[in-house]
Design a protein around this ligand. Sequence first.
Ligand code: IMP
Ligand code: MG
Length: 178
Amino acid sequence: MTYDVSAILFDEEKIEKRISDLAACICKDFESKTPVMISVLKGSFIFLADLVRSLTIPVEIDFLAVSSYGNSTVSSGVVSIKKDLDVDVTGRDVIIVEDIVDSGLSLKYITEYVKKHGAASVSTCVLLDKPEAHKDNIKIDYLGFEIGNDFVVGYGLDYAEKYRNLPYVAVLKEEIYK
Ligand code: IMP
Ligand code: MG
């Protein structure tokens, strides 16, 4: 697996440090509240697991699955719900936890979806952002790192369901998907 990546962008130590900073901000902003953390499957499962264990406030956790990529590295731009929420978010403070924002269409869709279900507030917590790829105005409240337009894998992120278990975030060699 490690032969398929060209560069490691963020190693375990860097990620851990950044997550503890994000967690501190979330704890401060949601002091005396119990937000619902909604993890967008599958890419954010490791980020969520590390993030919530750094939080000292009570939280509830739920999962949402959307599709827009299939086995491609380019977003289809069409988003649909594959696994719906279990928690009733009416009147709740919601924090959407996403692995990466590329075009931003998924996050935009999910934010609107949660608002439509009556959430009192909707915040977004994203590990990686590709600002050059945004196709719309995207609001990220808690961001791990900005990156360029490379396709990255590891720490939950996949290419065709592989590489999620790499403990770091790395650039996938172009020859793997071209
Ligand atoms: P968007 O809707 O174009 O912002 O795409 C967001 C989703 O596409 C993310 O939640 C990821 O699951 C996936 N994605 C986008 N860029 C990458 C990447 O570089 N590596 C792995 N998955 C990606
Ligand atoms: Mg995702």
